[in-house]
Design a binder for this molecule. Structure first.
Ligand code: ACM
Length: 533
């Protein structure tokens, strides 16, 4: 459901921005008591753009004497500890987390009107207070505070500071409830630590869904006790023929736990009935001819299918979905459904009619790639659109019809937000089948108006998938995701009224020094006015 909330009128925002720009030139913090070493970051120089910003009043300055004060549940304290963990290494300050006293940085849980993920940040001489109805809102407010501090705050060694926060108020809440990123761990396997690193980068931009593509032709990546060869054999290799890998249940639970600590929900995907060679290779009985194919380490698509007429197929799906649902506190289970080119249409419909109720039986909501709309999406299901601007009108109309019938949509147009698409013809990694996707193209579209004939209420949000045929290292993930991922995050979070490429590219540019401080790799797009050192 799209959330409605009030935003500052456009003219007021523009005026506010002008005032901030003017202020940035003259604004020195603590000018009477210390040399002016840093100008404070304007309150709206944040990605994603906040819903409303009202600058004014004195700045706050984090010092050796600052405490982090938490109220409410244990979760507020955990967000406080997370913030302290971010700030202590670079500031060198003790930053105790306490429920006593006043002033400093306060994380306050209180009834608000801005939803479970919204927050208000008030900054003034006496302190910074983040108020939210729920811990997720406090966490997102902390990400805003983080971006208001100098980029050096991200470093792991003590930096000189100072640590000013501009005075004023940010009031913020997301446009869409689903703001996702997908990582394909099948084409190449990524370790728990690599996934955690990506989660931390996603959290900085208020992404709240991590979709893991756990099964494909080249590898099965999650231990299933009732079908152990899926992981031990089906997970043994990857694209290019190197050693693959898989998550034990404990590994997977560690990813889910870590993601939850950053307020991301994990959406597991087992792609079916196509994209299943790793499973078919692991168990001969899953094949219609009873013969297991060899493991596959190439990059073709569309050649594999589960055997739709066989009962064992549904016993298999039931076991996999049951075990996966047990590992999944989140609401969704993604069943793929794309590129089933080796499954007849009739078989595809039969398969989806049998499999979707299994997902429901184990208490989860179906997500499928948008080809699911060519069958009958279950009540409450979401379809993930991955077409292009120039996908046929018929295909778009089929998705729109499903949306009018109640299927929610997650938008991942491949020629906009597929993070594996090359930026330019010279990009050393990635693919180009959906086109070349520079930063502006990735950012400059409106999810609310993208597909004709879709009611606005059907659009649940956006997701940026990263397919990994050519991606093998964390540095590769980062190079392809940054700087495009923050733009997708902004499309998901920020009110449409804030959408403005020329303003966005300036805010995005300010992220570069932060990524440098974090030791991240990114593409220095010539479309973005990166600060010169
Ligand atoms: C897809 O890119 N085949 C969903």
């Amino acid at each position: 459901m799209r959330r409605h909330h009030s935003t500052t009128p456009r003219t007021a925002r523009i005026l506010g921005s002008l005032l901030l720009l003017a202020a940035a030139g003259v604004f020195t913090v603590g000018a009477t008591t210390a040399p002016a070493k840093a100008t404070a970051t304007p309150l709206d120089r944040v990605v994603p753009a906040p819903a409303s910003v009202t600058p004014g009043g004195s700045p706050y300055r984090i010092t050796r004497d600052t405490s982090i004060r938490v109220s409410g549940t244990g979760e507020a304290r955990r967000v406080g500890e997370y913030l302290a963990g971010l700030l202590r290494p670079s500031t060198g300050y003790p930053l105790p987390v306490t429920d006593k006293g006043s002033g400093g940085i306060q994380l306050r849980l209180a009834a608000t009107t801005f939803g479970a993920e919204g927050y208000r940040l008030d900054s003034g001489r006496g302190g910074v207070t983040i108020t939210a109805s729920a811990p997720a809102g406090l966490f997102h407010g902390v990400q805003t505070l983080r971006q208001l501090l100098p980029a050096a705050v991200e470093k792991k060694s003590v930096q000189p500071g100072p640590w000013p926060v501009t005075g004023g108020t940010v009031q913020d809440a997301p446009r869409f409830p689903y703001r996702g990123a997908m990582l394909d761990v099948s084409r190449h396997f990524f370790t728990v630590d690599q996934v955690k690193r990506y989660i931390d980068q996603l959290a900085l931009y208020k992404i709240n869904e991590l979709h893991l593509h756990l099964g494909d032709d080249q590898g099965w990546r999650i231990a299933i006790d009732s079908w152990p060869r899926l992981a031990t054999y089906g997970g043994s290799t990857q694209v290019g023929g190197g050693r693959g890998g898989y998550y034990t249940k404990a590994d997977y639970q560690e990813i889910v736990r870590y993601a939850a600590s950053r307020y991301l929900e994990v959406v597991p995907e087992i792609d079916m009935p196509g994209h299943t060679n790793a499973a078919l290779a692991s168990y001969a009985e899953l094949n219609c001819d009873g013969v297991a194919p060899p493991l596959y380490t190439g990059t073709d698509v569309g050649f594999s299918s589960l055997c739709v007429p066989k009962q064992v197929t549904y016993d298999f799906v039931d076991d996999v979905v049951r075990e996966l649902a047990e590992l999944t506190p989140g609401r969704y289970l993604h069943i793929g459904g794309d590129e089933a080119h080796s499954t007849s249409h009739a078989d595809y419909v039969t398969f989806m009619n049998r499999v979707q109720p299994i997902v429901a039986k184990y208490g989860k909501t179906v997500i499928g790639w948008h080809q699911l709309t060519g069958a009958t999406p279950a009540k409450g299901a979401l379809a993930q659109y991955w077409g292009l601007d120039d996908t046929s009108a018929e295909e778009k109309a089929q998705v729109a019809q499903a949306a009018r019938n109640g299927t929610g949509l997650v938008l991942s147009p491949a020629d906009r937000v597929y993070l594996d698409m090359k930026y330019t013809a010279d990009t050393p990694l990635g693919q180009d089948w959906a086109g070349l996707v520079e930063v502006k193209r990735s950012y400059d579209w409106d999810p609310g108006a993208y597909l004709p004939g879709v009611p606005a209420s059907a659009v649940r949000g956006v997701e940026a998938p990263l397919w990994t045929e050519t991606i093998t290292r964390s540095a590769d993930i980062e190079y392809m995701a940054f700087p495009r991922l923050p733009g997708v995050a902004e499309l998901g979070w920020s009110p449409a009224a804030t959408h403005d490429w020329n303003a966005y590219r300036v805010r995005l540019a300010a992220q570069g020094p932060r990524w440098d401080a974090l030791g991240m790799t990114y593409y220095k797009s010539p479309q973005v006015p990166w600060p010169t050192r």
